[in-house]
Design a protein around this ligand. Structure first.
Ligand code: MG
Length: 244
């Protein structure tokens, strides 16, 4: 009986040790990179002259919760980083944007080897709060319309440009808002997206007014930049926007 108890205690402490070692920002030896550069952070781009700095790592002063009024309580981490907090909800910029602009975002997804499909490092960058460029751990997959870099459920990325989980990646999104005349849409929203410097969408027409879980609203009006809480501790840094 005593031996059994000791064994149970030992097994218990072993399980704890394994769990404590399970750092989502560290790859283990089960992980196989396809090529060495997939393990190297994407180059960060400093905000150019005239850019609006939306997040520089210091605070959430430019951000608010999705309800438009509550304070953001995502985590601030060392190195100018913000991290999604499960259940806290989406966050968005206080400022709303329209017309044409370039948005730069750096992000990284945690290493969640037990997760599958949409359950690994899921978040998203919603332009005007309506059009999601998906953030997900899609490393090494044949990218579909719901994978990392996809304009969600509308356009798969032309190539899978993902880096390994835990490695910093970048999106450069050139966006033009839809155009309207007398309340009728005359041109759809368009996006050219570079993922880690590779073009994954080129002047892609966004033929719908809202992708899944977007803010919606009148597509003829300005909208914020929104970051999705999909229950994973996805991290972001160095977010800026340059109006054209
Ligand atoms: Mg998402």
């Amino acid at each position: 009986m005593r031996a059994l108890l000791a064994l149970a205690l030992f097994a218990g402490s072993l399980a704890t040790a394994v769990a404590a070692d399970n750092d989502p920002w560290k790859l283990d030896d089960q992980f196989k990179a396809l090529k060495p550069e997939d393990l190297k952070d994407a180059e960060g781009t400093k905000p150019p002259e005239g850019a609006i700095v939306l997040f520089d790592g210091k605070d959430f002063s430019k951000w608010v919760k999705r309800d438009g009024k509550s304070e953001v309580k995502w985590n601030l981490r060392d190195g100018g980083v913000m991290e999604g907090v499960k259940g806290h909800g989406d966050i968005m910029t206080k400022e709303k944007f329209d017309g044409s602009f370039k948005l730069h975002v750096e992000f990284r997804v945690p290493y969640e080897p037990a997760g599958k499909g949409q359950g690994r490092g899921n978040s998203g960058v919603y332009v005007q709060g309506r059009y999601e460029v998906q953030v997900l751990d899609s490393y090494g997959l044949k990218s579909g319309k719901n994978d990392c870099g996809a304009i969600y459920n509308l356009h798969a990325p032309k190539v899978n440009a993902c880096k390994a989980p835990t490695v910093w990646q970048s999106y450069d999104i050139e966006f033009t808002a839809p155009k309207f005349e007398n309340g009728k849409k005359t041109e759809p929203a368009r996006m050219t997206v570079s993922h880690n410097g590779m073009v994954i969408h080129e002047k892609a027409d966004i033929t719908i007014d809202n992708t899944t879980a977007g803010l919606g609203g009148d597509p003829a009006t300005p909208g914020p930049i929104l970051l999705q809480d999909h229950g994973h501790p996805v991290q972001y840094r160095n977010i800026w926007l340059l109006k054209k």
